[in-house]
Every structure is written in structure tokens, then in C-alpha cells.
Design a protein around this ligand. Structure first.
Ligand SMILES: Cc1cc2nc3c(=O)[nH]c(=O)nc-3n(C[C@H](O)[C@H](O)[C@H](O)COP(=O)(O)OP(=O)(O)OC[C@H]3O[C@@H](n4cnc5c(N)ncnc54)[C@H](O)[C@@H]3O)c2cc1C
Length: 393
């Protein structure tokens, strides 16, 4: 088997992996970024909505933006509309073109000096004395033993890298959102707002979305709880029903399936010689399903920490835990609130959801953030949402 050696190997070239690779390479580390797919950013498994706050972390080229929206319209099961404006909710602000966005991030990593290799899949970990010391990878050129001082698992929702090092990354069905999405054209849509549809008939333990993609096109999709998905009750069955009702004449030009981890973050995202970032570390807001912003922030922190660990030649879990404490102080609170709120809302009946939506109808919520929405709901429904109030306070 061929062998090679690098300072760091990053598994997965999504936003988390590319930003980690870029940050580390910029500071002079010899980084290899591997991606199992033949093209970075493809297939797109995302609704592509993101807050404009993304610009605080990475430059977003115009070519990466398909649409810009003012806010979100959220519809209760009976059609009651709640309008939110502003810019702090994970998934609302820009609708990206991820096939370009993800490639741009990987190109930036390459420009900073990282080696990027597509069609290369990690299939095992090299472990020496309890430390991750690299990965086994498969490509068209055969198998390679890739040695590295530190391994970064940025391998998304299906992550195996953490498991290989004994981290429990298992997701219960109730903590997975099973998603189906169509890219549709020739649809009549609200181009200024991303729209969310709630209800047990539309998407049990989840929601449906219509995110404008420019012109008369939109990402139309939904996610349902993994524990309610079953024969004839698959996400695709719900999506077909939704589209039949909402866009009977629309044209489907692409179809995709994917999953979002809704477990809240892992208890531990580092081990000796290993760091997990992004979906692999379950850094997703479980209420909204938004993970792009967290993947990018975690990638920046991870890149910085592995640079320091390299300078000190110390890749112990203890040293790498700086990554864990920094991402937790940066965004753990938001993930925690999202998780607890998800647990609460997923248990509500359509009747309850209608009551909540009606309590906000006609009010303009000007701060578009998950916590602003939750606080407004608690204010207007104190008795019903006593449990939720306890979570938030
Ligand atoms: C249907 C759907 C809709 C979504 N909508 C939104 C949204 O609107 N807004 C938002 O913020 N978030 C959304 N998300 C979540 C968002 O897509 C993720 O949180 C984000 O992509 C996480 O980035 P990542 O880099 O951690 O993982 P990914 O983007 O999943 O990247 C992981 C990469 O690792 C590669 N890989 C996996 N295993 C290996 C291996 N063994 N070897 C080499 N490469 C490997 C994969 O091919 C992939 O390219 C959505 C997710 C889904 C499924």
C-alpha cells in the first residue's frame, strides 16, 4: 500500500472541512483535504438558506448567492401566517448555490496551500497507542496509508471517523430529520421571503420549506422525524403531496434526499489526535436544521487549534479540547436552546400549533432569530408554554 505523510488530514470537503483546511494551511501546516465525491459541493443535500451573518466568517461571492430574502413567513397547519424580519435566523437571508459555494471554500483552502483530493474516501483510521495517526483512503489510484499528526473528521451526518476512534456518534431515529427536496421551476412563489409550513399532515416532527432560488425557481422540500418515517410515510410521499397541493403545475428539475442530525452536539468532539467538526460533531440547530454557519465557525476554531497544537507538538485530547471549549463558548447555547425547543415543539398537536400561530398573526416580529420567536410565543401563551419558558430562562 502507498504511504504519505502530512501535518493534518481533513476527511470531507463540506464547509467544515474546507474552512478547517484553509485556516490550518494559512498558518503553514501541510494539510491534505480529501473528499469522497468526484465534485465538491455535488450532490447538493441542502435547502441552501443561510443568515447574512455568514459574511462575518467567510467572503460570499455574488456567484454563490441565488437569492436574497427579507425574512421568513411561517404558516401554521390551518394556514395562519406569521411574518418575521431581520437577519439572525440560521437559514434566512441568502439562498446559496452550494455547488459553487462549497467549491469556492475548497478553492480557498487550496489557495492557502492545502492539497485537495477528490474521489478519495477514508475507510479506516490509523491508530497508534490510542492516538489517531492518519487514515486509510481509497481512490482510483488504489489504497493509501495517509499518516498525519492530527485527523479532522468533517465527514458530515453519516460520519464514521469519530466512531473509528471510539466516540459515540450514534443517532437515534428520533434525532434524525429525514429529508426530501425538489429543485422546482415554473412556480409562483414569494420571492422576498423564505417560507416554512408546519403541521402533522405536511411534515410530522418537521416542516416543509420553499426557499426562492432566483427567477421562478425554488428549493421545495421537507424533513420528517426519523421515528415517524415508514412505508408509505416516507419524506418523499409527504413532499409529493405538498407539491401537488402547492405547485401542481411546477416543474421538478432536480431531486435529492438527505438527513440532518437533530441530537444536539456530541458530548465530546475531540480525542487523542482527532477533532470532529460540523455535522460530524452534530453542530446543527435541531429546531431549524441549520448547520452551515456552525460548520464554518467550528472549522475556523479547529484550524486555529491544530496550528497551535502543531507548534507545541502536542496532539493529546487534553490539548485539542481547547477546540471543544471554544466552540462551546461561541455557539453551544444556541444549539442547546434549539434542541430543547425541538423536543417541545415536536410533541405539539396541530391544534396547539394553530393556537400558537394565531397568537402571533398580524404581529411583525422584527428580530428574525429563533430565540426572538420563542420569547414572543412565551409572552403570548404563558400558560401553554410554561415548559418552554423554563428552558429559555
Ligand atoms: C435537506 C437538507 C436541507 C438543509 N438545509 C439547510 C439550510 O437551509 N441551511 C443550513 O444552514 N443548513 C442546512 N442543512 C444542513 C447543512 O447542509 C449541513 O449542516 C452542512 O452541510 C454541514 O457541513 P459539513 O461540512 O459538516 O458537512 P457536509 O456539507 O455534509 O460535508 C461532508 C463531506 O464529507 C464527505 N465525506 C463523507 N464521508 C467521507 C469519507 N469517508 N471520505 C471522504 N469524504 C467523505 C461528504 O461527501 C461531504 O462532501 C440542510 C441539510 C439537509 C440534509
Amino acid at each position: 500500500m502507498k504511504e504519505e505523510r502530512h501535518d493534518a488530514v481533513v476527511v470531507g470537503a463540506g464547509p467544515a472541512g474546507s474552512v478547517t483546511a484553509k485556516t490550518a494551511a494559512e498558518h503553514g501546516l501541510d494539510v491534505l483535504l480529501i473528499e469522497r465525491n468526484q465534485e465538491i459541493g455535488v450532490p447538493v443535500k441542502c435547502a441552501e438558506g443561510v443568515s447574512k451573518a455568514i459574511e462575518k466568517f467567510v467572503p460570499v461571492d455574488k456567484r454563490c448567492i441565488c437569492a436574497e430574502v427579507k425574512g421568513a413567513n411561517i404558516y401554521g397547519p390551518d394556514g395562519t401566517k406569521v411574518v418575521m424580519q431581520g437577519g439572525e435566523m440560521e437559514e434566512v437571508g441568502y439562498v446559496l448555490e452550494r455547488r459553487i459555494f462549497d467549491k469556492t471554500l475548497a478553492s480557498e483552502a487550496a489557495r492557502a496551500g492545502a492539497a485537495v483530493r477528490v474521489k478519495t474516501e477514508a475507510y479506516g483510521i490509523i491508530e497508534v497507542n490510542g492516538y489517531a495517526k492518519g487514515v486509510y483512503a481509497r481512490s482510483v489510484e488504489g489504497d493509501t496509508r495517509i499518516y498525519a499528526n492530527v485527523v479532522i473528521g468533517a465527514d458530515g451526518v453519516e460520519s464514521r471517523v469519530g466512531r473509528w476512534m471510539g466516540i459515540n456518534t450514534q443517532l437515534l431515529p428520533s434525532n434524525i430529520s429525514v429529508c426530501a427536496e425538489f429543485l422546482m421551476c415554473d412556480v409562483e412563489l414569494n420571492k422576498d421571503y423564505s417560507e416554512f409550513f408546519l403541521g402533522n399532515e405536511v411534515a410530522p416532527k418537521g416542516y416543509a420549506w420553499v426557499f426562492p432560488k432566483g427567477g421562478d425557481c425554488a428549493n421545495v422540500g421537507l424533513g420528517i422525524g426519523g421515528d415517524v418515517s415508514g412505508e408509505k410515510h416516507r419524506a418523499i410521499n409527504y413532499l409529493r403531496a405538498f407539491v401537488r397541493n402547492k405547485f401542481p403545475d411546477g416543474k421538478i428539475v432536480a431531486e435529492m434526499y438527505g438527513a440532518v442530525p437533530l441530537s444536539g452536539p456530541l458530548n465530546e468532539s475531540a480525542a487523542d489526535g482527532l477533532i470532529l467538526v460540523g455535522d460530524a460533531a452534530r453542530q446543527v440547530n435541531a429546531l431549524t436544521g441549520g448547520g452551515i454557519l456552525y460548520a464554518i465557525q467550528a472549522g475556523e476554531i479547529a484550524g486555529d487549534v491544530i496550528v497551535k497544537a502543531s507548534q507545541e507538538n502536542n496532539f493529546s485530547k487534553r490539548r485539542l479540547m481547547e477546540y471543544e471549549s471554544r466552540w462551546r463558548s461561541t455557539f453551544e447555547k444556541r444549539l442547546e436552546t434549539g434542541f430543547k425547543a425541538k423536543e417541545f415543539f415536536f410533541g405539539l398537536s396541530d391544534k396547539d400549533l394553530n393556537t400558537l400561530a394565531r397568537s402571533l398573526a398580524g404581529i411583525k416580529i422584527t428580530e428574525l432569530s429563533t430565540s426572538a420567536l420563542l420569547l414572543e410565543l412565551v409572552k403570548r401563551n404563558p400558560k401553554m408554554l410554561l415548559g418552554l419558558a423554563k428552558i429559555l430562562l
